[in-house]
Write a protein of this length. Sequence first.
Length: 235
Amino acid sequence: MENAVAVRGLGITKTFGDIVALDQVDLNVARGRIHGLVGPNGAGKTTLLGLLLGLAVADSGSLEILGDPVGRTLAAPDGVSGFVDGPGLYPTLTAKQNLAALAGLRPRGARTAGIGEVLEEVGLAMVADDKVRGFSLGMRQRLGLAAALLTRPRLLVLDEPANGLDPSGKKQVHGVLNRLVADGATVILSSHRMDDLEALCSEVTILATGRVVFSGPLNKLSAEDRELDYRLRTS
Ligand code: ATP
């Protein structure tokens, strides 16, 4: 039987000099879920997502992604795509050219979708030939998502994908993510705000100063945890 676990992280620690960005973090995500990572600025969300994308290596702890242990070299694990710290686009190129350029950076042999196909999926087919410098933040987020979809990932990792999305952009993105998980993929995405994640996620992990303060199904989240999330965001 295929492994039912998408991500199994145990005791993950990552430091930058004196800063402990992640402190003994456990993260368990079953396949086919949309898992939210929430926490205030500096909580460690981007650092954790970067480890999943192979952009950095943990100091200690173990991490298994889609059944394979993550090694100590910087490389996107098989079947994983996404972005951290914004979608990373070329402003002077068109949407289509951006995807062509980004597709060229993908690992050889990764299962690929057509550029027109992914632009359609994120609702940007009409602006395929427009330069990205004229795009709103929400459009850039959707183009970043389209780039991640090019490899038809089995694990999609998105850092704050709701930033700048208007309600229709949000609906479009939610549709894409829900279709992905219906096809058996797994999504992990971060946000500063619990309410951003509630419409989409069945489960969340709350991080605060590099530590997990809650992880589990949203319906198990107590009023105190919600209050904690609120206080962390507003402190
Ligand atoms: P935000 O929502 O502001 O992006 P975050 O929850 O994603 O915050 P991280 O960006 O992971 O948090 O940062 C966690 C801690 O690690 C912060 O104190 C940050 O300053 C520090 N940090 C992250 N990356 C580096 C780096 N490359 N060098 C030094 N410190 C870093």
